[in-house]
Design a protein around this ligand. Structure first.
Ligand code: AMP
Length: 296
């Protein structure tokens, strides 16, 4: 039986008498199979599972989709019930921001200024501030985050390390549609034609993942995005980047080791992101090995 609570006091009451460890999955609602992968991992690992549903105003820019972001709490609760979630915590803005606009916020540092942070100024400050708040409100032993938002996951890990937070952060691989499109609450904005164009994100990552070197990965992925720029409707790429998984800085052309190939692009009025983790083998005199990882 899933309890749905909206205030800090009701959350504490719902947890009273529950012993054992707690796992939390933080979401903005409009739940889909990607969220469910996190919820299932949480369910498999902990006695108590809390799912938070909160569209955080602090992480939306003035021209972003805060007002039109999908809000489907009844359906979210139904999915949580089916997944045997113990508590859905869907607080009001005033519960999360009891002092109004916060004076004290989390500063993400240099990793928060690149890629998503460069295109969405203030975004990661808003994300880390609300993640910190929701960790304090739910006091979990473990928190699950999607690899889909790889830069966010890296920053949350870094915040947990730098703030000595008493929580384990666990990443969960990206869930995709059969044709490669990464599941996202924003996919529901896409028309059929826009969705076809949007397949270029995962196709670009898959093309990059076939290559053996950083330079080859970048150019193969870029070629797919360039073709999609001429599609109808067209794809507008914000960035394509091959970065280190812990700092999100571009890796050198002769980089060997782990990397993340990340892309952000717009189609119609919708902005989408995707990424794939890769391992680049050291150059071998007999010729390059292909990269094993694929985006779909
Ligand atoms: P959101 O509701 O978009 O803020 O996402 C909540 C959590 O679900 C974040 O940790 C996301 O990274 C994760 N998530 C969203 N989409 C996916 C997906 N397709 N696969 C795996 N995790 C996802």
């Amino acid at each position: 039986m899933t309890r749905v609570v909206h205030s800090r006091a009701d959350l504490e009451a719902a947890r009273a008498g529950r012993f054992g460890d707690t796992a939390v999955v933080m979401t903005m609602g409009a739940l889909h199979e990607g969220h469910l992968a996190l919820i299932r991992a949480a369910r498999a690992s902990a006695k108590t599972v809390i799912v938070t549903v909160f569209v955080n105003p602090l992480q939306f820019g003035p021209n972003e989709d805060f007002d039109r972001y999908p809000r489907t709490l009844d359906e979210d609760v139904r999915m949580c019930e089916e997944a045997e979630v113990d508590v859905v915590f869907a607080p009001a803005v005033d519960d999360v921001y009891p002092g109004g606009t916060p004076m004290v916020t989390v500063h993400p540092g240099a990793m928060g200024d690149v890629l998503e942070g460069a295109f969405r100024p203030g975004f990661f400050g808003g994300v880390l501030t609300v993640v910190n708040k929701l960790l304090n409100l739910t006091a979990p032993d473990v928190a699950y985050f999607g690899q889909k938002d790889a830069q966010q996951l890296a920053l949350v890990r870094r915040m947990a390390l730098d703030f000595n937070l008493p929580v384990e952060i666990v990443g969960v691989p990206t869930v995709r549609e059969p044709d490669g499109l990464a599941l996202s609450s924003r996919n529901r904005y896409l028309s059929t034609e826009e969705r076809t164009t949007a397949l270029a994100l995962s196709a670009a990552l898959a093309a990059g993942a076939q290559q053996a070197t950083a330079a080859g990965i970048r150019s193969a992925a870029r070629a797919v995005l360039d073709r999609a720029a001429a599609a109808d409707p067209p794809l507008g790429t914000d960035y394509l980047a091959l970065v280190g998984p812990d700092d999100f800085l571009e890796v050198a052309d002769d980089h060997a080791g782990d990397a993340i190939l990340a892309v952000a692009a717009r189609v119609g009025g919708t902005r989408l992101i995707d990424n794939v983790p890769l391992r680049i083998a050291a150059a071998h005199p007999a010729g390059g090995e292909k990269n094993g990882d694929e985006a779909r």
